[in-house]
Each structure stands twice: as C-alpha cells, then as structure tokens.
Write a protein that binds this ligand. Sequence first.
Ligand code: AMP
Length: 187
Amino acid sequence: MKNIIFLAPPAAGKGTCSEILKKEFNYEHISTGAILRSEIASQSSLGNEIKSNIEKGNLVDDSLMIKLIENKLTNINNSFILDGFPRTINQAYSLDNLFKELNIENYIVIYLNIDKSLALKRTLGRMTCPKCGKGYNIYFDGFKPNKDGYCDICNEALSKRSDDNEESFNNRFETYINSTLPILKFY
Ligand code: AMP
C-alpha cells in the first residue's frame, strides 16, 4: 500500500479523505493540525507557545514541525497519510531527506484543489463533535446535524476551531498560496 501525502488549501477535504482511507484501508492518519490542537488543549508548554500563531492562521516554525514528523515516522509500522505536512519548501526538503534515511520510497502525493470562496464557506460552517470527532457543516445539506449544535451520535455540543473565522482563513489561504503551493513543483 502506498503512503500518501495530501497537498491542499484549507478546507479542501484532506482531513475527510484521510479519515475515509483510514477506515477503509487502516492507514495511520497523521494530521499535524490535529496534533498541534491537542497540544494546545492539553496546555503543554509547546501548546502555549504555538496557540496564538495558530489562532491567527500563521504557520508554526519549520524546525519544530520537522522534529514532530521525524518522531512520528521513525516509530511507524503502518502505511501512513500525511495530512498537513509538508507546508513549506523547507519542510518538503526535510521530508525528502527523512524518507531517504528511513528507506521510504513507496509514496504518492495527492493534490486537492478548491475555490477560495467555497473553502471560506466550508471553513465558516465547519463544526466538530469534541467527543467522537465527527465533522459537520451547517451550510451544506447532508452535513448538517439533525439537532442544531449537537452531535447526531453523542448528543454532545459541537465545537468550532478557533482558527475557523474569516480573518484567520484569509491568512491561511494566503499562506497556502505563498508557502505551500510552490511545493507542487518540487513533487
Ligand atoms: P490544519 O488542521 O491542517 O488546517 O492546520 C491548522 C494549523 O496548524 C495551520 O493553520 C498552522 O497554523 C498549523 N500547522 C499545521 N501543520 C503545519 C505545518 N506542517 N507547518 C506549520 N504549521 C502547521
């Protein structure tokens, strides 16, 4: 089975696709955004350090991210999906070196694209159940919860990501165009 790297703008669906592939084929889903959010939730020193950066939609330091991925991939036995890494050309070079060190040759890069206006609508409507992780979207039929604001499965109050507001989205999208999109050429 091939390892997968997703390259995509915010809210294109890399997290959703990753979860489907995980269920179907037992991939290890490595979402750097989810790892960082759980550091923030646990109020670790790393979490406190990166919180305001993430809320504003800025990228976290390359060296920190590279170390995080190094730790993850060094101990992995399954086929994996990278969701949210690499996001800069520097990260892409480092990942390439790491793959060489670990003899990882079997991978593909999947590029998902989406219009900025649709990505914004998805971002503003996105809600998640903090208990089971199920995702919803209040602006799209078929993705709305049965009862406004509550999970269909757990009946838990749904939550919103603190960076899913228009200002932070605009920054994330801009950062994607300037820092992440150039990686396409590299692959
Ligand atoms: P995501 O869940 O992929 O949308 O990521 C949420 C936020 O986490 C991003 O807007 C960044 O602030 C941070 N982040 C996630 N992955 C990376 C990465 N590879 N490099 C730098 N920052 C990242």
